[in-house]
Design a protein around this ligand. Structure first.
Ligand code: ZN
Length: 408
């Protein structure tokens, strides 16, 4: 459950989180948990036998049904098959039992539910630079399931928290799951409620990290990639905060009670070193990853820049560009400034579009905005050429009649 592991949530996805907030943090520094110590507590085909866990699973079956039918999901069959294949690889003994869903939510997050299904947020796919990084997150989530963290945290919370409040949350979740509420916003709020039921202690996060490193290494991925993921996240948080001239931790509530990202990164590095065998060949499978998410990468970038978090978006684009610039990244780099819309940003965006269209894979929108910028600058002849190019690429665009009129 990684609302507690990765959350960057800037839009209050969490509702009802206050109830659980008091429950699990101890504030005591823990020694690192070593990957070798991490054994799965469940085997293949695990089913609960105790009454409270059976009840939780029944509840979750309804939640899963609701989520599976949600219009927040990206249902591209090839991508889903790809993700299912990854969890089927790094999921340890439960690999074949777990289900995976992809939600179109532009945040870095992933969540494991108590009955063994997981939701990956689309914002996660944008940030991963190779399959090893994505598999690392999935392995971490699997670790929560394999170590039975949900039922342990559920029992812990029940001991410590007002039973009435828990009852109200469960009723809310079950009500939503039974289809009483509809619509994306309700679904998000509902998801937030479910997530708030299951907060993990720092020990559980450390266990999931250690298990994740182990599963990654055992499947031939470089285990150090999990630490790189954190390094990037820290960079993004800092870039976003710098841009807003705010302290980082004011935005990310979870780090108040959790091990800092820096300490997790340090532990992940040490664990990766332990799990790396000399002479063994590790492969991050970057090509396979890029191919798999290729069809939705534009959408992922689009969703990200529309958050209008310029510091984070710019950092992300530059991070992805370390593997090579292309027309798509250059276009969205320009979009960051157009959408920020401060003084001088129009010129900055115009320069960006001009750079983007120099790449053979520039998207049609790059030509569109390049043309419009030229038009605005009074360079009509060049503008016509660019806009004609846009129309030839996108003859049926909604704004095609308008653009045609403009250049005639
Ligand atoms: Zn976690």
């Amino acid at each position: 459950m990684c609302l507690r592991c990765y959350e960057f949530n800037r839009r209050s996805l969490l509702v009802g989180g206050g109830v659980a907030a008091a429950s699990l943090s101890t504030g005591i520094a823990q020694a690192r948990i070593r990957p070798q110590e991490m054994q799965s507590l469940i085997g293949p085909g695990y089913r609960p036998t105790e009454r409270d866990e059976i009840g939780l699973w029944q509840q979750m079956a309804r939640v899963e049904e609701e989520i599976a039918g949600s219009n927040l999901l990206i249902k591209d069959p090839e991508i889903i098959r790809y993700l299912q294949n990854l969890i089927g690889t790094v999921g340890g003994p439960a690999a074949k039992d777990m289900r995976i869903y992809l939600a179109r939510i532009p945040d870095f997050n992933a969540v494991m539910f108590p009955s063994g299904f997981t939701i990956i947020f689309s914002g996660l796919l944008l940030r991963m630079r190779n399959e090893a990084q994505l598999s690392g997150v999935i392995a971490h989530e699997s670790g929560h399931f394999l170590r039975r963290h949900m039922i342990r945290s559920w029992r812990d919370m029940r001991r410590k928290t007002d039973l009435f409040a828990i009852g109200a949350m469960v009723a809310g979740v079950a009500g939503g799951a039974a289809g009483v509420n509809t619509g994306d916003i309700t679904q998000l709020a509902q998801l937030g409620t479910i997530l708030s039921l299951l907060r993990y202690s720092r020990v559980m996060e450390a266990e999931a990290d250690a298990m994740g490193v182990r599963l990654l290494a055992e499947n031939g991925y470089p285990p150090i990639e999990m630490a790189y993921t954190w390094e990037q996240l820290i960079g993004e948080l800092n870039a976003s905060a710098r841009h807003r001239r705010k302290r980082r931790d004011r935005r990310v509530g979870l780090f108040e009670t959790h091990p800092s990202p820096e300490s997790r990164m340090t532990d992940l590095r040490l664990s990766a070193r332990e799990m790396t065998l000399p002479g063994r060949n590790y492969d991050s499978r970057r090509g396979r990853y890029l191919q798999a998410i290729g069809p939705i990468r534009k959408m992922l970038l689009d969703d990200q820049v529309k958050l209008n978090d310029p510091g984070a978006s710019q950092y992300l684009i530059e991070t992805l560009a370390r593997d090579g610039w292309n027309g798509l990244l250059r276009f969205y780099e320009a979009e960051v400034w157009r959408l920020r819309n401060r003084q001088g940003d129009d010129l900055r965006a115009a320069q960006g579009y001009a750079i983007a269209v120099a790449y053979p894979d520039a998207p049609p929108e790059a030509w569109r905005w390049h043309g419009l910028s030229l038009m605005k600058a009074g360079r009509r002849a060049e503008a016509r050429v660019a806009l004609s190019r846009y129309l030839s690429m996108q003859p049926n665009a909604a704004d095609a009649p308008f653009i045609r009129q403009m250049i005639s």
